[in-house]
Design a binder for this molecule. Sequence first.
Ligand code: ZN
Length: 132
Amino acid sequence: MLFSFELSTKNRNALVDITSTVKHFVEKSGVVSGVCIVYVPHTTAGVTINENADPSVKFDIENTLSKIVPPDLNYSHAEGNSDSHVKSTLVSPSISLIIDNGKLLLGTWQGIYFCEFDGPRRRKVYVKIMKD
Ligand code: ZN
């Protein structure tokens, strides 16, 4: 089954917790055992799994990525968003999750984040759910 949803980001860089939406689609699918792929069809965004208990982790990820990939290097791409493209590749545009007993096999502290690297924008997220 294929689901999708849209979200709006408010800043140039942002990690948006989409865990509850993805869990909702897993429940709706009725799949008890299988795989869930979360995919973003964008070249300046990504998706990742990390801690969603302490909000400072999200801040540290955004901040560290911006230090590793600064916006003002001598990039060739004339659009002015090369740092956004590089971050998208570093983070990846998709993740795979395991569905077991009708639920995502996420660790206690894990959440799913949509990663904005060139906002604010309207973005799309696909969620593909497959049975064993
Ligand atoms: Zn570009």
